[in-house]
Design a protein around this ligand. Structure first.
Ligand code: SAH
Length: 200
């Protein structure tokens, strides 16, 4: 009953996602003075105007992404690197883009120290994606896009590809949107109202 991770995972059935949550300790991604709150189901400040997302939302979004062992994933908004580490537990390679040089560097140092492998870091504007390594089987953003993320969707391929992106105006409610690449069309579904940091 006192297992906070169990509470966070109450509606998560994907065994890989459940296992990844057990393998990655969120406390390692939270500032020293917030250690007591590390497993509260809340977003927490991580410096440079960013926050680590609420763990139940990280879990749900990871499950919706439907990640698998042979995939290469593009992640936008490295932040603390927590979501990056969860993805790296499940997929083959993670390509993660962060706007803040400080956050990108700290996340790399942290994940290197934790022995998290197969992660590639880039400091830059995530709205552009990372075309050099495209196409990706999966794309996940933890920063909100003001409108349909066309540049990212160009990098999503081939048939079966899934992108999960919060879309909506800064400071207002956004919607986690799931795009799926079918044979010759891109479908779009709205899944959940959220408030994420917006692209800077
Ligand atoms: N997934 C992170 C939380 C990310 S919060 C974690 O698990 O800790 C959103 C992040 O997006 C912030 O770190 C912010 O600096 C970053 N960001 C904001 N604008 C961006 C942009 N244009 N390109 C890439 N990252 C951006």
């Amino acid at each position: 009953m006192n297992d906070p991770i169990q509470k966070i995972l109450w509606n998560i059935t994907n065994p890989d996602v459940r296992k990844a949550f057990r393998a990655v300790d969120r406390a390692r991604f939270v500032p020293d003075k917030l250690q007591n709150e590390a497993w509260f189901d809340l977003p927490l400040p991580i410096g440079d105007e960013a926050t680590i997302s609420q763990p139940s939302l990280v879990a749900k979004m990871t499950e919706w992404l439907d990640p698998g062992p042979n995939q290469r994933v593009l992640e936008i908004g490295t932040g603390s690197g927590y979501q990056t580490a969860i993805l790296a537990e499940i997929v083959e390679e993670v390509y993660t883009v962060e706007f803040s040089a400080q956050l990108s560097r700290t996340a790399k140092e942290r994940l290197d120290a934790l022995g998290v492998k197969d992660v590639h870091y880039r400091c830059g504007d995530g709205a552009e994606g990372w075309s050099a390594h495209a196409p990706y089987e999966r794309i996940l953003s933890t920063v909100a896009f003001p409108e349909k993320p066309d540049r990212l969707l160009e990098q999503l391929g081939p048939a079966g590809g899934i992108a999960l992106i919060p879309v909506g105006p800064p400071g207002e409610t956004q919607f986690v949107t799931r795009y799926r690449r079918q044979e010759d069309e891109l479908t779009e579904e709205t899944l959940l109202p959220v408030r994420f940091l917006s692209l800077r």
